[in-house]
Write a protein that binds this ligand. Structure first.
Ligand code: FAD
Ligand code: SF4
Length: 396
């Protein structure tokens, strides 16, 4: 894109229209004059993961390397956790800690992250953090679609040259696509995996149908023990087995964007910090390139690490869950608990749990796109996802 094109883009007024229509994940790009690039940049209009992998990591996934197919281009993977966790972080606060170090050491002038609104603890409010306090105020997941890229115009206006962006896959795909237009000397990207996100209204429905006390939930996560863990204001924890979720009521709660997303593992971040490939309580950490390693090194003296492991065989469990989800089967709570105990004992663990989760979501999403957007199926589903889905027998 030329300087002339970018000048024209800057003259553009963002509109409330979303070119991806129902598939829009509200990533925020269209709230800025970068909307000019939307047809190329939007993850739901122009799937270009492999081109952007090449641009970012110097190569795209090797489709003959099973770990590449599942987890994306990477140099190393490990399980890690902070020896002194940050109170109130989603897990142990590795993400916030790396961001704070980068700011304190002057590696970046600002950090794009998402705080919550004054009125609503889960209402997303993207900001460019310039102090450690601003970063800490953004800790913990806002489990709703969040327009993180809506602050992009402020970056160019502020004259910032070195920036860290924290975000989920769809935000990072659009960011990488416009990276060269941001006028930065260096962009660092710290990603988290992401799946099954919801609008704020959808989140309320999920809390109302699943938690015993929706208004006091401060945090939740779908954990590796096959349960949803809710933390409440009074510090108590409530767990609900996955198999006891009211699938029939919750089927439509996930945003269409998330039902058609195949970038669970945030392929284009330099460093990814999640939990699903690690033992319970640890953070799954994927270094994708040299920049990611540089970022992880900053907290080397604040974390302990162990190698990732892989136990079990997910295939049967995934195959059985496909028609069950499709038909919206909900088990009675006693059966769900029993099933949870059984699966936890003999079920997949470590990287095999991550593969279980990826397989379950990719098969579901493939069916969703096939049924609702058949004309998009071929171009929208990346080759690595097609390979993953092809292991299973799918209903029509
Ligand atoms: P913290 O130090 O608490 O920092 C959290 C950071 O997340 C903050 O910097 C904040 O800016 C950012 N953030 C919060 N909400 C959003 C949002 N909506 N969009 C973009 N950025 C946001 N990991 C898995 O392994 N498997 C999953 O299925 C999975 N699903 C996720 C779904 C969502 C919607 C999100 C936001 C994250 C998900 N994660 C998942 C990542 C995981 O839950 C933790 O966020 C991650 O491990 C970092 O934990 P932490 O304690 O280091 O983060
Ligand atoms: Fe625009 Fe982002 Fe929505 Fe795509 S997902 S239409 S880029 S706001």
């Amino acid at each position: 894109m030329t300087a002339q094109t970018h000048k024209k883009a800057k003259a553009l007024k963002p509109t409330s229209q979303r070119p991806a229509k129902a598939l829009c994940s509200e990533c925020g790009l269209c709230d800025t004059y970068y909307v000019h690039y939307v047809k190329e940049a939007c993850a739901f209009i122009n799937q270009q993961i492999s081109t952007l992998e090449e641009q970012t990591h110097g190569r795209s996934r090797d489709l003959d390397a099973p770990d590449d197919v599942y987890f994306g281009v990477h140099q190393s993977m490990m399980a890690a956790r902070k020896t002194e966790p940050i109170e109130g972080a989603q897990w142990t606060g590795m993400v916030s800690s790396i961001a704070i170090e980068m700011l304190n050491r002057g590696m970046v002038e600002g950090v794009v992250c998402v705080q919550n609104t004054k009125e609503d603890r889960f209402g997303p409010m993207p900001v460019i953090a310039r102090t450690p306090e601003d970063i800490l105020a953004a800790r913990v997941n806002k489990p709703t679609l969040s327009p993180n890229l809506s602050v992009l115009e402020q970056i160019e206006q502020s004259g910032m040259k070195r920036l860290l962006v924290i975000g989920v896959g769809c935000q990072i795909q659009a960011l990488r696509a416009v990276e060269k237009e941001l006028g930065l000397e260096k962009l660092y990207v710290l990603g988290t995996p992401c799946v099954d996100n919801v609008t704020r209204a959808g989140l309320q429905k999920f809390l109302d149908t699943t938690s015993r006390s929706p208004s006091t939930v401060v945090y939740y996560e779908f954990m590796q023990d096959f349960k949803v863990h809710f933390k409440h204001e009074d510090g108590s924890t409530e767990t609900v087995p996955f198999f006891g979720l009211k699938t029939n009521q919750l089927k439509d709660v996930f945003a269409p964007s998330c039902m058609s997303c195949f970038d669970y593992v945030n392929s284009l971040a330099d460093l990814v910090v999640g939990y699903m490939g690690a033992p319970f309580g640890w953070q799954w950490t994927v270094v994708r390139n040299d920049t990611g390693q540089e970022m992880l090194n900053l907290i080397a003296d604040q974390i302990e690490t162990q190698p990732v492991n892989s136990v079990g065989d997910r295939h049967q469990a995934v195959q059985q869950s496909i028609p069950a989800y499709d038909k919206g089967v909900t088990l009675p709570m006693w059966a769900a608990k029993l099933m949870g105990v059984f699966i936890e004992r003999i079920g997949p663990k470590g990287l095999e749990y991550a593969r279980f989760s990826i397989d379950s979501h990719f098969t579901r999403n493939y069916l969703y796109v096939k049924r609702n957007y058949p004309e998009k199926l071929e171009a929208h589903v990346p080759a690595f996802a097609k390979k993953i889905v092809s292991q299973y027998k799918l209903p029509q």
